[in-house]
Design a protein around this ligand. Sequence first.
Ligand code: GLU
Length: 283
Amino acid sequence: MVNIKSMIITRFAPSPTGHLHLGHAYSALFAYEAAKREGGKFLLRIEDIDPVRCKPEFADDLIEDLGWLGLIWEQPVRRQSQHLADYTDAAAKLREKGVLYPCFCTRKEVEAEAAAAGHAPHETEGVIYAGTCRNLSSAQRDELMAQHKTANWRLDVEKALAMTGALFWHDRTKGKIEAKPQDFGDVVLVRKDVPTSYHLSVTVDDHLQSITLVTRGEDLFRATDIHRLLQALHGYETPDYHHHPLLKDGQGRRFAKRDKSVTLRSLRTTGKTPEDIRKMIDF
Ligand code: GLU
């Protein structure tokens, strides 16, 4: 009998901002094969919270491309844009704990404040927020909220860490990792334009979908530190992680969505088969 509790569940979670390329095919197969090898389940999640960058036609096309490649996933496909209430609930819990605060700084101000504070940009997250709005009084917050009507809500990382204590997570190749979410500064968890952010929704969904092994590119290795902190604040279980190397082209560059020649669509039109694609990416 299958022990449900220990069954491996992986997922591929693309953002539909363009057509899938060979790098995505590698990442999708990585998650799919990891589940298959251990008799587990493979899920597909569409990370489409950004209404400007994501397009429904790219979501439809990527589902078709993955089917063509031979992947089979559990139904239903979770589309994040249809679950915004889940992220709003999760943010409300963090507000109750007092670890979210509204930030009224513009992008330009955030950049200028970071430069003035002498912060070097973070490798994954870019500019590190100097914390300007962290110490506003509640009267100042009310006044600014009345003026601006909306805000980005940031995680007070130091305060959150003081509640959780030191945190660790496990990567299948690198072993035990101590989470250092403070290196990112106070990240935005609820955006002005969308009631969530990548970090919040990915953590909520990995929990709601009972993911036991998160596989993804090593460009997101450090982002896991933030996800670990959010898991601890919410009392979620922590999945295992496996960050894989990013596939490079012949010139040693990462594949990008703008490289039309390596999209699965264009390779299909030149007569490539799913077996050819697997060979091209050593799978
Ligand atoms: N949606 C993210 C991306 O396309 C991947 C997120 C993840 O796997 O955690 O880069």
